[in-house]
Write a protein that binds this ligand. Structure first.
Ligand code: OXD
Ligand code: MN
Length: 591
C-alpha cells in the first residue's frame, strides 16, 4: 500500500527517519491483516488468547505496572503563546516540546515495525468527520484503533492527494515514566505521544484528537467537541428524543448510555438507544438545531463494577471480539474483575501477571485486587444490543437536551433545569465532582471540572466558555440544559437515589420539560420538578428522602458560590463577563 498524498508520505518518511524502525507496514483494514497481527502479538506475549469457546475473538493485554491510566501531569498543550493553553492546561512551547520528545523518539523503533494507521473519526464523508494517521510501534494500539475508529485503505482513498489529516505519532519507546510525554500541537494539527502504552495516552484518535485537537478545531470552525455520551429515549408514541450528557470520568457515562428501562417505564413502552458513551461532536444544522455524532466505533470502558445488574448491555457487548486490558485471568481462560459477574474466583493471574487468590495482602497492607481499578474492555459499538439505528448516520441525531452532572454527596439536587442557554453554560462551567475515599483517599474534596472537559480542552477554557455562549446565540432551537446528581447521600453516606435504570425517570422529566409538556418550580439555582411530575411507580422513596433529594441548602450554596468565584478568578481578564454576571445573580437569588 502506498499513498500519492505528498504531505503524508513526506511526513511518514521524516518520522521513520527519526524513529528508525526495521520495517514499515500500512494498516489496510483487512480481516487477514488483523488476524496476522493478532497471531504475532500472541506469539510475543503482547496478547494472551482467551478461551475461544466462551469468549470468541477475545484477547488479554497487560500494560506496564506504572502505565495504567492517563497521565495528566505529562500531558501538554503546545501553543506558541502560553495564554492560548490557559490556566487549566499544562503548557510547553512547540519548539521545546518537539526537541524534548524528539530525543525520546530518536531510534525508539529500532528492531521494531512502524505501523501506519489511516483512520477516520466519524463516518468518512460526513460533514462531521476528521481524518487522522497514527504511526505506532505497538500492535496493541493497532488492534484497539481498529475497534475504536474506522481504519484502512478506504480512508487513504478518501484522503486523496491533498486532504487534511491530523498527524499522530506514537512510540512505546522504553515505557519509561521519566521519558513519557503526551503532546498536542493544535496549531500544527499534530499529536506526539511517547513512553506509554496505556489507552488514553496512545489511542490518539480518542482523547487527543477527538477532544483536545477537535475542541480547538471546533472553536475555529464553529462546532463543538465534547466529553459527552449520546443516547436516544424512545417514548411509547415512537418519538425519539436524543440527549447529550457530560460527566467526569467514573460517574457512570457508559452505564447511562446503555440504560435499561426499569419495569414501570418499560411497561409504558419506553426504549433507550445508545449512540455513544464518551465523545460527542456537535454542529448547528440549517434547521437551527444542534446535531451530534459519536465519532468513535468502539467502547473503551472501565471493567470494574460492570456486571449484569449495573450494565447488562455492556456485558452482552463484551462477549466477543473484545480486547481486555489489565483484568484478572481465570484458570479457564476467561476473565474477571472486582464488581464483575459470578463468584469471586478461587485463583487466577492478576493484572500484573502474578498468581492471585482472594484475601492476598499487598505491600501497602491492603487486599490485592485481581483487576486494576482502571482495567478496561475495548469492544465494537455495533455489538451493543441497544445500539441506535442512527449510530452510523452521517447527519447525526438532533439533540433535545444537554445534561451536565457530577458526583456530589450534597449541594446539588437530583435534577434542575437552567433558565436559558447562558444560564446553562454557567451551569456547565460550575460542574464539580467529589473524590471518594474508596477511589483516591481524600473524601469530600471537590474538583471543579467544567463540562467534564478539564483534562480534555485543547485551548484556553475562558475562550471555550465564550465559544459555548456564541454557539447558543447562533441556534434557533438550542437544546435545553439540565444538571443531574445521582450521587446525593443521606447522613449515613447511603445513596438517596437508586440510580442505574431508574435514572430514566429523571430523563423522562427532562424530555417533558424540553418539549414544554410539564410545569416546574422556580428555585434559586434553576427549575426543579414538582415531585408529582416524576414517575416514581415501583420505587419506595419516603417523603424525607424526596425532600432531601431536592433540597437546596442556602449555606452550602453560599460556600459553593465562593468556591466558584475562586475558580473563575484563575482566568483573569479574558473571562466572559456573562458568566461573572450569572454568578452574581445566583448569589443574589440564594440570599
Ligand atoms: C476515559 C476517561 O477513558 O474519561 O474515557 O478517562
Ligand atoms: Mn471519558
Amino acid at each position: 500500500m502506498e499513498t500519492k498524498h505528498k504531505v503524508l508520505s513526506n511526513w511518514v518518511n521524516e518520522m521513520a527517519k527519526m524513529c528508525n524502525p526495521d520495517k514499515i507496514i500500512w494498516i489496510d483494514g483487512s480481516q487477514a491483516q488483523k488476524e496476522q497481527l493478532e497471531k504475532e502479538a500472541i506469539k510475543t506475549g503482547e496478547l494472551t488468547l482467551l478461551n475461544q469457546e466462551k469468549l470468541p475473538g477475545c484477547v488479554l493485554h497487560r500494560t506496564a505496572i506504572n502505565d495504567v491510566a492517563r497521565t495528566e501531569n505529562l500531558t501538554f498543550i503546545c501553543t506558541t503563546k502560553k495564554e492560548d493553553a490557559g490556566p487549566t492546561n499544562n503548557w510547553m512551547s512547540p519548539e521545546e516540546a518537539y526537541k524534548k520528545a524528539g530525543e525520546f523518539f530518536k531510534n525508539a523503533m529500532v528492531g521494531r515495525t512502524m505501523y501506519i494507521i489511516p483512520f477516520s473519526m466519524g463516518p468518512a464523508g460526513s460533514p462531521f468527520s476528521k481524518i487522522g494517521v497514527e504511526l505506532t510501534d505497538s500492535i496493541y494500539v493497532v488492534l484497539n484503533m481498529i475497534i475504536m475508529t474506522r481504519v484502512g485503505s478506504e480512508i487513504l482513498n478518501f484522503l486523496g492527494t491533498d486532504g487534511e489529516f491530523t498527524k499522530c505519532l506514537h512510540s512505546k519507546a522504553d515505557l519509561d515514566i521519566n521519558k513519557r510525554l503526551i503532546l498536542h500541537f493544535p496549531e500544527d494539527n499534530t499529536i506526539w505521544s511517547v513512553g506509554s502504552g496505556y489507552g488514553g495516552n496512545v489511542l490518539l484518535g480518542k482523547k487527543c484528537l477527538a477532544l483536545r485537537i477537535a475542541s480547538y478545531l471546533g472553536r475555529k470552525e464553529g462546532w463543538m467537541a465534547e466529553h459527552m455520551l449520546i443516547l436516544g429515549v424512545e417514548k411509547p408514541s415512537g418519538e425519539i428524543n436524543y440527549i447529550a450528557a457530560a460527566f467526569p470520568s467514573a460517574c457512570g457515562k457508559t452505564n447511562l448510555a446503555m440504560l435499561v428501562p426499569p419495569e414501570g417505564l418499560k411497561a409504558k413502552g419506553y426504549k433507550v438507544w445508545t449512540v455513544g458513551d464518551d465523545i460527542a461532536w456537535m454542529r448547528i444544522k440549517e434547521d437551527g438545531s444542534l446535531w451530534a455524532i459519536n465519532p468513535e466505533t468502539g467502547f473503551f470502558g472501565v471493567a470494574p463494577g460492570t456486571n449484569s445488574k449495573s450494565n447488562p448491555n455492556a456485558v452482552a457487548t463484551i462477549q466477543k471480539n473484545t480486547i481486555y486490558t489489565n483484568v484478572l485471568l481465570k484458570k479457564d481462560g476467561t476473565v474477571w474483575w472486582e464488581g464483575g459477574d459470578g463468584p469471586v474466583p478461587e485463583e487466577g493471574i492478576d493484572w500484573m501477571g502474578n498468581p492471585w487468590k482472594p484475601g492476598l495482602i499487598g505491600e501497602d497492607g491492603k487486599q490485592k485486587k485481581g483487576a486494576n481499578p482502571n482495567s478496561r474492555f475495548t469492544a465494537p459499538v455495533k455489538q451493543c444490543p441497544s445500539i441506535s439505528p442512527h449510530f452510523e448516520d452521517p447527519e447525526g441525531v438532533p439533540i433535545t437536551a444537554i445534561v451536565f452532572g457530577g458526583r456530589r454527596a450534597s449541594v446539588a439536587p437530583l435534577v434542575y433545569q437552567s433558565f436559558n442557554w447562558q444560564h446553562g453554560v454557567f451551569t456547565g462551567s460550575i460542574m464539580a465532582s467529589e473524590i471518594t475515599a474508596a477511589q483516591y483517599g481524600a473524601q469530600g474534596v471537590v474538583r471543579r471540572d467544567p463540562m467534564a472537559m478539564i483534562p480534555f480542552c485543547g485551548y484556553n477554557m475562558a475562550d471555550y466558555f465564550r465559544h459555548w455562549l456564541e454557539m447558543g446565540s447562533k441556534m434557533k432551537n438550542p437544546p435545553k440544559i439540565f444538571h443531574v446528581n445521582w450521587f446525593r447521600t443521606d447522613d449515613n453516606g447511603k445513596f438517596l437515589w437508586p440510580g442505574f435504570g431508574d435514572n430514566l425517570r429523571v430523563l423522562e422529566w427532562i424530555i417533558a420539560r424540553s418539549n414544554n409538556e410539564v410545569d416546574a418550580i422556580k428555585s434559586p439555582i434553576g427549575y426543579i420538578p414538582d415531585v408529582k411530575d416524576l414517575d416514581l411507580t415501583g420505587l419506595s422513596l419516603d417523603n424525607n428522602t424526596l425532600q432531601k433529594l431536592f433540597e437546596i441548602n442556602k449555606d452550602e450554596w453560599e460556600k459553593e458560590a465562593k468556591d466558584i468565584k475562586e475558580f473563575y478568578n484563575k482566568f483573569g481578564d479574558n473571562f466572559p463577563e456573562e458568566l461573572n454576571n450569572e454568578l452574581e445573580d445566583l448569589i443574589k437569588r440564594i440570599k
